[in-house]
Design a binder for this molecule. Structure first.
Ligand SMILES: NC(=O)c1ccc[n+]([C@@H]2O[C@H](COP(=O)([O-])OP(=O)(O)OC[C@H]3O[C@@H](n4cnc5c(N)ncnc54)[C@H](OP(=O)(O)O)[C@@H]3O)[C@@H](O)[C@H]2O)c1
Length: 285
């Protein structure tokens, strides 16, 4: 089993730590860093792992170094610890838009396996989706990371050239599903269904449909066809969705997300974001 240093154990990295511990990873093999003492106390209380503000000490101790800070801070964080990494230590970055070559530059030419990972928020309930993009030559390390992440959800490997596009599908994907859920619930309420029942119906429908897609092996179009009688009620609903451009909206939305994600690693700290005041978002950024 490897030791893991989580440099910047915020919302997403914390969810990964929580999942690793639930899967049986020993708390003694994790050290987490954060800037604020209050935050470190919370991490220690929530997870029972060691914490420190000393990123260099944490990085020097670990076999795997997980960079968990915001994208604009990721390369600087890695550059600050590069000279103390153990030989062969694996660098894993969850920072959206920060490329393998940027991370390798931050390592100053030192030879460490580098892997980009893009998680999503359902990791909090053990149903995360992880996009894995290893640097060329980091295949063995990618195998180790895959084994660690598999108990936390689904791991899908893509070449780095597709990492941002994949981020648009699964990294930000939960937000689209939550929007669809909100719209279905509100539509139900508008037709007179009490909100609790509309909510229960919607959540069960989304969960059941996902399960059906996952287990049947059928293309979604086939499953959709199976609930669409000619000239029937579902057909009337789908006709409205298509005529309001739902497919085009998703296509343009995901392209916009991919392009924005690709630019995140090049951005500086957002205006007005102070040392302790980082915004907590619900997506890659
Ligand atoms: N949230 C998501 O759904 C999601 C999904 C996919 C990927 N990601 C990626 O996850 C990364 C983090 O996002 P997040 O939403 O989890 O942000 P976050 O909650 O703000 O976490 C960042 C953490 O980094 C810590 N930190 C910042 N500078 C540090 C330093 N110099 N030394 C030690 N710790 C430091 C902060 O500590 P303090 O709290 O003490 O300031 C904070 O806890 C981003 O790169 C993002 O692209 C997020």
């Amino acid at each position: 089993m490897s030791s893991i240093a989580v440099l910047g154990c915020g919302t997403m990295a914390g969810s990964i730590v929580s999942g690793l511990l639930r899967s049986g990873f020993p708390a003694d093999d994790v050290v987490a860093t954060a800037r604020s003492a209050a935050h470190r106390e919370r991490i220690a209380a929530d997870f029972g792992v060691s914490t420190t503000e000393d990123n260099r000490a944490a990085a020097a101790w670990a076999d795997i170094v997980l960079i968990g800070v915001k994208p604009y801070a990721a390369a600087k964080m890695l550059a600050g610890v590069a000279d103390v990494l153990k030989p062969g230590a694996v660098v894993v970055s969850i920072a959206a838009g920060v490329t393998i070559s940027t991370l390798q530059e931050a390592l100053g030419g030192r030879d460490h396996p580098v892997i980009r990972v893009m998680p999503n928020t359902p990791v909090k309930v053990g149903r995360g989706t992880f996009i894995l993009s290893p640097a060329p030559g980091a295949l063995a390390a990618a195998g180790t990371v895959r084994v660690l992440l598999e108990p936390l959800g689904t791991v899908v490997e893509v070449p780095e050239s597709l990492h941002d596009a994949a981020t648009a599908v699964s990294g930000s994907g939960p937000a689209y599903i939550f929007l669809v859920a909100e719209a279905m619930i509100d539509a139900g309420v508008a037709m007179g269904i009490p909100r609790p029942q509309a909510t229960e119906l919607t959540i069960a429908t989304i969960g059941g449909s996902a399960e059906l897609m996952a287990t049947s092996g059928e293309h979604p179009a086939v499953l959709r066809g199976a609930v669409t009688s000619p000239g029937g009620a579902t057909a009337a609903a789908l006709d409205q969705l298509e005529s309001h451009g739902v497919r085009t909206a998703f296509a343009r939305a995901l392209e916009a997300c991919r392009d924005k994600a690709a630019g995140l690693g090049r951005h500086r700290a957002p205006r007005g974001v102070g040392r302790q005041g980082l915004a907590r978002g619900s997506g890659p950024e």
